[in-house]
Design a protein around this ligand. Structure first.
Ligand code: ADP
Ligand code: MG
Length: 255
């Protein structure tokens, strides 16, 4: 479904020239959930932006749903690939109702069954259709992220690019939204590229993952390999042990 070959993104020029993504190659099969993990600033979001056409300064080769894509994407491309951003506060227009937000891409694509799609998308993400009359400030963080997910689903895409979709949410809400995403993936046979700095989340959500550092992929592996602790690169081991320590820490605290 996705093939990236020698993908690079270079920002700035001269002495400020900087390879945010540095010769990265990976492939994601149809229906697979592929994780991208690594520290803040290692290039995860930049890869997603290049995949969905928001970042045009890339070189290399990108094949999406069997088509080698150009820098500018045709309108129909967005029916195949949609993105969910980290921050549900920033990603929804504060003065637009949920209905208006969800209708936007329906109108851009000139589809005529807008209202039915809006209602179906809301039900799909576990919100009552009556939510379409609300404004973002009338929603909780989790509900906002559900609306952002509904917006991504409304065109029935094949690929969802998820950029830390739960890291801005309260811990209590994170699991709900992760479970929702896992269910939607099953029900709609979606292909996921799932970005997170949290190995535990990627372990829960993904089939395979790539570990990134400073714009490069250090290691690509099955999640089972990660769970068994059979990682090869020292860097991955450090990340893995840090996440294990993090998971153990709360249990060590007296109740
Ligand atoms: P991550 O998502 O892994 O935290 P990003 O992909 O957002 O990392 O960023 C990778 C690097 O590229 C960072 O050092 C970031 O500061 C830099 N960067 C991101 N976007 C831009 C931009 N538009 N112009 C210049 N540098 C950028
Ligand atoms: Mg990021």
């Amino acid at each position: 479904m996705i093939e990236a070959e020698d993908l690079s993104v270079i920002y700035g020029a001269g002495r400020k020239r900087f390879r945010a993504v540095d010769d990265v190659s990976f492939a994601v099969a149809e229906g697979e959930a592929f994780g991208l993990v690594g520290e803040s600033g290692c290039g995860k979001s930049t890869i997603l932006r290049a995949l969905c056409g928001l970042e045009e300064r890339w070189t290399g080769r990108l094949v999406i749903d069997g088509v080698a894509v150009a820098h500018r994407r045709p309108r129909a491309f967005h029916k195949t690939v949609q993105m969910v951003f980290q921050d549900p506060y920033g990603s929804l227009h504060p003065k637009k109702t949920v209905h208006a937000t969800l209708m936007q891409s329906v109108s851009i694509q000139r589809l005529d069954d807008g209202l039915a799609r809006v209602e179906r998308a809301l039900v799909d993400v576990g919100l009552d259709p009556g939510f379409r009359f609300r404004y973002p400030h009338q929603l909780s963080g989790g509900q906002r992220q559900r609306v952002a997910i509904a917006r991504a689903l409304i065109l029935e895409p094949k690929i969802l690019l998820l950029d830390e979709p739960t890291s801005a949410l309260d811990v209590s809400v994170q699991a709900e939204v992760l479970n929702l995403l896992a269910r939607l993936r099953r029900e709609h046979t979606l292909t996921f590229v799932f970005v997170s700095h949290d190995l535990a989340v990627v372990e829960h959500m993904c089939d395979r993952l790539a570990v990134m550092r400073a714009g490069q992929i250090v290691e690509t592996m099955d999640v089972a390999t990660l769970s068994a602790g059979k990682v090869e690169a020292d860097y991955t081991r450090t990340l893995f042990e840090a996440s294990q320590g993090y998971r153990r820490a709360p249990a060590a605290e007296p109740a």
